[in-house]
Write a protein that binds this ligand. Structure first.
Ligand SMILES: [Fe+2]
Ligand SMILES: [Fe+2]
Length: 195
C-alpha cells in the first residue's frame, strides 16, 4: 500500500476512534481493555493483510463497540444461548458503527462495515473470516490472561474452545506457535494438547 494510502487510512482510524471515545459512556479505566483489544485487532489485521480495505480496518477497530456503552450493553447473562448472545452483540456493534461512520462522514463504508461486524464472531466470506481470525488472535495473544483472572478457569476453558475452533487452520497454527503459550497460559497449553 502506498504511503499516501497508509496516511489516509491512519487518519480515518484516528477520527473513528476519537468519535467512539467521545461517545463512550464507560469510564476510562474500564475502557482500557476495550481500547487495547480494538487496537490490537487492527494490529493483527495490519500484520496479516497490510493492504486490507478501509472497511475491514474500520470494522476491526469497531467490531466490539457496543461494549463501550455499559448502560445499553448486550449481556451474556440475559441469554441462555451463547450464539444468540454473540449474534445480538454483533448486530448492536454494527448499528453503532454505522452511526459513527455517519458522523465521521464515511457513509460510503456503512454497509460494508456493518456486514463485516455482523459476521465477526462467525465468519462467512474471506474478509469476514480474516476479521474473525484477527479477533481470536488478539484474544489469545493479549486478552486471555485478563479473561482467566476476571471470569475464572471454567469460563475461560469454554471461551478458549469457542475462539479457537472458529478460526481458520492458518490462524490456529499461529496460536500453536505463540511462544507465550506454555510459559504464561497453562490453560491454553492444556487445551492445545487435547486438540
Ligand atoms: Fe465480538
Ligand atoms: Fe473482539
Amino acid at each position: 500500500m502506498s504511503q499516501a494510502k497508509v496516511s489516509k487510512r491512519n487518519l480515518l482510524l484516528r477520527q473513528t476512534l476519537v468519535e467512539l471515545l467521545g461517545r463512550a459512556t464507560a469510564d476510562i479505566a474500564a475502557l482500557r481493555h476495550e481500547i487495547n483489544h480494538a487496537l490490537n485487532v487492527v494490529e493483527w489485521l495490519d500484520r496479516l493483510q497490510p493492504d486490507a480495505t478501509d472497511a475491514l480496518a474500520v470494522a476491526a477497530l469497531l467490531h466490539d463497540c457496543e461494549r463501550w456503552f455499559p448502560q445499553q450493553r448486550i449481556r451474556r447473562a440475559d441469554f441462555t444461548d451463547y450464539l444468540e448472545y454473540k449474534r445480538r452483540h454483533s448486530q448492536q456493534s454494527a448499528l453503532l458503527a454505522s452511526e459513527i461512520l455517519q458522523t465521521v462522514g464515511r457513509v460510503d463504508l456503512q454497509q460494508a462495515v456493518a456486514r463485516l461486524i455482523q459476521g465477526h464472531e462467525f465468519g462467512g466470506d474471506p474478509e469476514t473470516n480474516l476479521l474473525r481470525d484477527c479477533d481470536s488472535l488478539s484474544f489469545f495473544s493479549w486478552n486471555l490472561s485478563d479473561y482467566v483472572e476476571e471470569r475464572g478457569e471454567a469460563a475461560a476453558r469454554q471461551k478458549i474452545a469457542f475462539m479457537y475452533d472458529r478460526m481458520s487452520p492458518e490462524a490456529q497454527a499461529k496460536v500453536r506457535s505463540m511462544s507465550l503459550v506454555s510459559k504464561h497460559l497453562p490453560l491454553l497449553a492444556e487445551f492445545l494438547r487435547q486438540r
